[in-house]
Ligand binder design. Structure first.
Ligand SMILES: [Zn+2]
Length: 159
């Protein structure tokens, strides 16, 4: 069996007046993330991990932030397109694992919901979607609530 591993990282600044979407789940918060699409940092990190595993360019290449088609885009659609791009090249996701770094809001109560959405978008069983949330213990811009970041790894297999 041929396997490849990939890594992804993303960070977006928090801003008032935008919807907060993480892992395809909307959170009740008085801020959202700044960006061209829905700015779902977690989903973007997973996209980059999958693309990286297939040695493809990052999501900025596939979905440029200058393209009006992706303004306020649902990042689950982007993730579905990334998986389709992999399948076209003979690769399928095997598992993904990600860590969300956010000082607020409380992520843990919604992890199961986020896993279910990400499983659906990637075509993976929910058991193959790892997801954790942590804070930066009050340090740096993430710790001060000025940004939310995500790290992800993905394994893909030849089909
Ligand atoms: Zn992003």
């Amino acid at each position: 069996m041929s396997l490849r591993i990939g890594h992804g990282y993303d960070i977006h600044r928090t801003v008032p007046g935008r919807k907060l979407v993480l892992g395809g789940v909307t959170f009740a918060a008085d801020f959202g993330l700044d960006g061209h699409s829905d700015a779902d940092a977690l989903t973007h990190a997973i996209c980059d991990a999958l693309l990286g595993a297939a040695a493809l360019p990052d999501i900025g290449h596939f979905f440029p932030n200058t393209d009006p088609a992706y303004k306020n885009a649902d990042s689950q659609i982007l993730l579905q397109k990334v998986v389709a791009a992999l399948l076209e090249r003979g690769w399928a996701p095997a598992n993904i694992d990600a860590t969300l770094v956010a000082e607020k809001p409380k992520i843990a109560p919604r992890l199961a919901e986020m896993k279910a959405v990400l499983a659906k978008s990637t075509g993976l069983p929910v058991e193959a979607v790892g997801l954790k949330a942590t804070t930066n213990e009050g340090s740096d811009d993430i710790g001060r609530g000025l940004a939310i970041a995500a790290h992800a790894v993905a394994l893909i297999q030849k089909i």
